[in-house]
Design a protein around this ligand. Sequence first.
Ligand SMILES: C[S@@+](CC[C@H](N)C(=O)[O-])C[C@H]1O[C@@H](n2cnc3c(N)ncnc32)[C@H](O)[C@@H]1O
Length: 300
Amino acid sequence: MSSASALPFDIFRPFKNTIEAFTPRDTLPWEELAPRVLRYMTEDGIVGLRPRHEVDAMSDWVDDQLGPARGAAILDIGCGPGLYSNRLAAHGYRVTGIDIAEPFLEHARAEAQAQGLSCDYRKLSMFDMTYDAEFAAALLLQSIAGRLSEPELGDLLLAIRRALQPGGSLICEFQVKSARFESAEPTVSESLSLLGQSPWSDEPHAWLLRDLYFPASDDNVNHHLILRADGPPAEYWSCFRLYTVPALTELMERCGLEVRAAFGPLPGRALLPDDSSCLIWAQRSAVESGWFSSGSAIPS
Ligand SMILES: C[S@@+](CC[C@H](N)C(=O)[O-])C[C@H]1O[C@@H](n2cnc3c(N)ncnc32)[C@H](O)[C@@H]1O
């Protein structure tokens, strides 16, 4: 594995040079990060989340093109601070937003109340959903789909399929294998930022980011090390599976979801070689197929 720079990462943590060393695949402390993420706002919106105009474009597309009847029920999975949920509620939909980070949910509820909207925000993990044919559409955006192992993702897609009404739509965002990931060998690059405050910490700190690519499994890992004067180093990582549209189409179909269209990061716009994410629009199909990750076939 070739390294672009030699920063003091390994003084604090042993080098992880296999994808298996990054287990579980996501260790970000969402509940702890959320209140600090919400402090970093510009006129374009919350830093690190989609800018306002892109959230507007996505919400308008769901309203205009996806076409659930106004008043229909929409599920926003990993809704965060409710950017999409509240806009869709403003368009007249009955929105349920679920997330594991209470501070995000509180922000979403406060925004909804300020705008006179009624949204149902619940603290619920996407892995614990038991909805049954309740929603005309589901969103899984800038969320953790790409951070899951394939069996975990299969189980989640099954739960989403079950949550959708027959013919209901899923809009799901995934990381894709962009032109920057062309090496046949594992790669690593590093960066160092010295920060006063950031979503990582309220105290001055160093943020070391190691970006790894494992071509054998097409995984991209963001490995973070946060060094603070007032405490031990904190270490987090996220592993993103880099999909292709044909692989996602096959996976969706195995889970009883029929892919209708694939876009770049914004709906209606084609996927380009440099895009790092894509949107998949799939519909709950009538046909069951065979996903057996939990030892059972697709439930009806
Ligand atoms: C990058 S944020 C995206 C938020 C929102 N979808 C958006 O695009 O603005 C990812 C969200 O996923 C939530 N999340 C992570 N794991 C989750 C889980 N198991 N169940 C539900 N939400 C989860 C996090 O708390 C966080 O709000």
